[in-house]
Design a protein around this ligand. Structure first.
Ligand code: MN
Length: 198
């Protein structure tokens, strides 16, 4: 079952600008939202989120997504996030959970593979899906290996490539800013944020 209890427990909403949010009513729309947020917290990672059951199911991908089908990227499952989180870009204050700079690195829609039942696939630990983002496209899979540990893998298709998309396309899809620009505009730690820019 989707739940935002862990999400809310980790955050102080009087200190962070992150949305409190709520579990959304699951719409009939076949188009589901996906978002990838570049996040320079203690360490840089990319938060990969797929809408399902009224929340954003979430994984932290330390190295970010790879378009190369031979590359398996570690994706640590983290707490469900509210739908409102998808457009959160800015800073989380130092000392708060996830303190640092957040960029909306990619956004778009996703559709489940032939199984057609995302929550069933999620529970089974094997999700095949297609992304229609600005940077990430085509077929992908998330495979659970143990516990909260999954692998994010690009499937072979026309969108596969050996180019490093995180280096080639480093800017926010919402504002075109780099990490340093986001930190500067929000009064955050510019120097640390800049280490996450190419
Ligand atoms: Mn994160």
């Amino acid at each position: 079952m989707p739940s935002l209890r862990e999400y809310a427990r980790k955050r102080r909403f009087d200190r962070t600008a992150e949305p409190r949010g709520a579990v959304a009513r699951e719409g009939p729309a076949p188009e589901r939202l996906f978002v990838v947020q570049k996040h320079r917290a203690t360490a840089l990672h990319y938060d990969f989120r797929l809408e399902s059951a009224g929340v954003l199911r979430s994984w932290a991908v330390p190295k970010g997504p790879s378009l190369d089908p031979s590359v398996k990227r570690l994706a640590m499952q983290v707490e469900d996030h509210p739908m409102d989180y998808a457009r959160f870009e800015g800073i989380i204050p130092a000392g708060e959970y996830g303190g640092g700079t957040v960029m909306v690195w990619d956004i778009g829609t996703w559709s489940p593979g032939e199984e057609g039942d995302p929550e069933g696939a999620f529970r089974a630990g094997a999700i095949r899906f297609t992304l229609a983002g600005r940077k990430l496209k085509g077929s992908w899979r998330l495979i659970r290996t143990r516990g909260r540990q999954w692998l994010l893998i690009k499937s072979r298709d026309g969108a596969a490539s050996t180019d490093d998309v995180t280096l080639a396309k480093p800017r926010s899809v919402l504002t075109r800013r780099l990490m340093a620009g986001i930190a500067r505009d929000a009064g955050g730690d510019l120097k640390t944020a800049a280490t996450a820019d190419p």
